[in-house]
Design a protein around this ligand. Structure first.
Ligand SMILES: Cc1cc2nc3c(=O)[nH]c(=O)nc-3n(C[C@H](O)[C@H](O)[C@H](O)COP(=O)(O)OP(=O)(O)OC[C@H]3O[C@@H](n4cnc5c(N)ncnc54)[C@H](O)[C@@H]3O)c2cc1C
Length: 561
């Protein structure tokens, strides 16, 4: 058995930021990660991280908070939003003091670019490789504090004894053994769930593990119906071309060569928020003004020099996938699954309803994004809530003597795996994953309606049943059994997908990323409430609407850009 005071599940930005905070506070902290931390999806983040640094006098954390609340279509909890935006400048300086190399203005100040839905240019960046640069900065800090990393350990379950979190069970991918990791506090930082859709900008490891693990341990998932479709992903492989492209001035064009965004967002055009731009693109495509199922992202007028200096990765990604050079050719793009606004329900300190269990980063829902996230706010969320959850956890463990090792959770996980490994025939996970991907991409996409959502709910329940009754793992080996890991991940993805589809069917309104063609209006009277989903074994999740939206300063108004 492994013992630590604090265990962080996940080595992306949220996980590493949490671990460094705990280490700085003197806690005995370790990271459990299914892959090497610097390979986490955070490293793919291109565009940047938001903070009102005061580079321009008119920009303040309060403006940032207002833009975020408006961007959330007023579903975000404003206390959490204010906490994040107030902390943002401090966190950027914290990173910079630890060696993070941000792009600069000629006078030496940190440069900031405009991003969608923001009232001022407040996105700090390192060219178009921001996530990678911050990831390496934090990795250096982990080394500095000698934080133990259990690499290639796959967390399979959360332990809860006598109502408090007592650590996790993890599968050591190198030797096939399940191990009990006993801890006074557990912080989930396992990232997103993009792989529930057929095409996504997310990495292969974004499989909702942490969400489903917490869900199974009795913690509710919040606002899962709100899935962000990013306006500019490549048709060929779903890979993202960052919002930084539009931030630097790129145009969106339809088949007539028209900059169509001004029809939909007269003031902001291409820099309206992501839900607005994705719907506009999809409308153009549906109404026959697309080209081969896409619209065009045009960077040509930015000129060679600016593209090479500010957007080199975007040019390269597009060139690799399409053979087109953005310097002299527009790039075909379309909206793609990008981000889950919802996740494990937490408070503004990242604490869940189970004492000793926290969540931070994309896996969590402290409700800073509400129904739609603004670009650049997710990297910020990982850093702010990584640090906040670790701070709270370090305070919490001061009053915890020791925790009871959960042998029963270990046994339950051993039985779960033995069941799959013991069968010699049945259904294999990739088949069920493909079925789930199709259901989600066909029925729970940008525009939604009752008929499609009901069909998605029914089909997912059927997939859930098939998985529970028939799934088996063909590869019986103990060393790096990717068949087994893939089966686990599919198991978790199905739970998460069910929360998305059920939440979307029940919410009879359009708000942010949830666009119902049968309920096209936002309904503040009825739906200014969060969706909480609780797990029911083998059934659709039970939905509960007891958590109201917290409003501090900004009453909902009509949202235009
Ligand atoms: C292509 C792309 C570009 C983006 N660009 C931006 C941007 O410019 N600005 C912005 O604000 N946001 C951006 N985002 C969103 C943002 O990058 C992510 O939301 C954020 O980085 C997620 O960080 P995280 O630490 O929560 O998770 P991740 O970085 O995904 O890390 C998850 C970690 O959890 C571990 N893990 C997962 N499951 C398990 C398990 N079962 N057991 C053990 N370990 C596990 C993984 O090994 C990994 O280390 C982008 C996202 C993508 C996909």
């Amino acid at each position: 058995m492994i013992n630590h005071d604090v265990v962080v599940i996940g080595g992306g930005l949220a996980g590493m930021r949490a671990a460094v905070e705990a280490a700085e506070r003197g806690a005995d902290v370790a990271i459990v990660s299914k892959m090497h931390p610097v390979r986490s999806h955070s490293g793919a983040a291109q565009g940047g991280i938001n903070a009102a640094l005061g580079n321009r006098e008119e920009d303040t954390p309060q403006n940032h908070a207002f833009d975020t609340a408006k961007g959330s279509d007023y579903l975000g909890d404003q206390d959490a939003i204010e906490a994040m935006c107030e902390d943002a400048p401090r966190q950027i300086i914290w990173l910079e003091h630890r060696g993070c190399i941000f792009s600069r203005l000629p006078d030496g100040r940190i440069a900031q670019r405009p991003f969608g839905g923001a009232g001022a240019p407040r996105t700090c960046y390192s060219a178009d490789v921001t996530g990678l640069v911050i990831l390496h900065t934090l990795w250096e800090q982990l080394e500095r504090f000698n934080v133990k990393v259990y690499e290639e350990y796959f967390c399979t379950a959360l332990c809860v004894e006598d109502g408090v979190g007592t650590g996790v069970v993890a599968y050591n991918m190198r030797n096939g053994e399940l191990e009990l990791i006993n801890a006074k506090a557990t912080i989930f930082a396992t990232g997103g769930a993009g792989r529930m859709y057929a095409k996504t900008t997310n990495g292969y490891a974004s499989t909702a593990d942490g969400q489903a693990i917490a869900f199974r341990a009795g913690i509710p998932m919040m606002d899962m119906e709100f899935v962000q479709f990013h306006p500019t992903s490549l048709k060929e492989n779903g890979v993202l071309l960052s919002e930084a492209a539009r931030g630097e001035g790129a145009y969106l064009l339809n088949s007539a060569g028209e900059r169509f965004m001004f029809k939909y967002a007269p003031n902001k055009g291409e820099l309206a928020s992501r839900d607005v731009v994705s719907r506009a693109e999809w409308t153009e495509i549906l109404e026959g003004r697309g080209i081969d199922g896409c619209v065009l992202l045009d960077l040509r007028h930015l000129g060679r020099e600016k593209i090479l200096e500010r957007l080199p990765q975007i040019r390269e990604l597009a060139l690799d996938a399409t053979g087109k050079d953005a310097i002299d050719s527009p790039i075909p793009i379309l909206p793609g699954m990008h981000y889950t606004m919802g996740g494990i329900e937490t408070d503004i300190w990242g604490a869940t309803r189970v004492p000793g269990v926290y969540a931070a980063g994309e896996v969590a829902s402290p409700s800073v994004h509400g129904a739609n996230r603004l670009g650049g706010n997710s990297l910020l969320e990982t850093i702010v809530f990584g640090a906040r959850s670790a701070k709270h956890a370090c305070d919490y463990i001061k009053n915890v003597g020791s925790v009871k090792p959960s042998e029963r959770t270990l046994k339950q996980e051993q039985d779960r795996i033995a069941n799959w490994m013991g069968k010699s025939s049945g259904t294999r996970a990739p088949q069920l994953r493909a079925a789930m991907n199709k259901v989600m991409s066909d029925n729970v996409f940008i525009f939604r309606n009752e008929e499609q959502l009901q069909s998605a709910v029914d089909q997912l329940l059927e997939i859930r049943k098939q998985f529970d009754e028939n799934v088996y793992v063909m590869d019986k080996s103990k060393t790096f059994n990717t068949d087994l890991v893939n089966t686990m991940e599919t198991d978790y993805l199905i739970d998460s997908a069910m929360c998305v589809a059920n939440g979307a069917l029940a919410r009879k309104e359009s708000r942010g990323a949830q666009a119902r063609t049968d309920y096209p209006e936002r309904d503040d009277e009825k739906w200014m409430i969060h969706t909480l989903a609780w797990r029911e074994q083998g059934k659709n999740p039970r939905l509960d609407y007891s958590r109201k939206v917290t409003i501090t300063k900004w009453q909902p108004t009509v949202r235009t850009y």
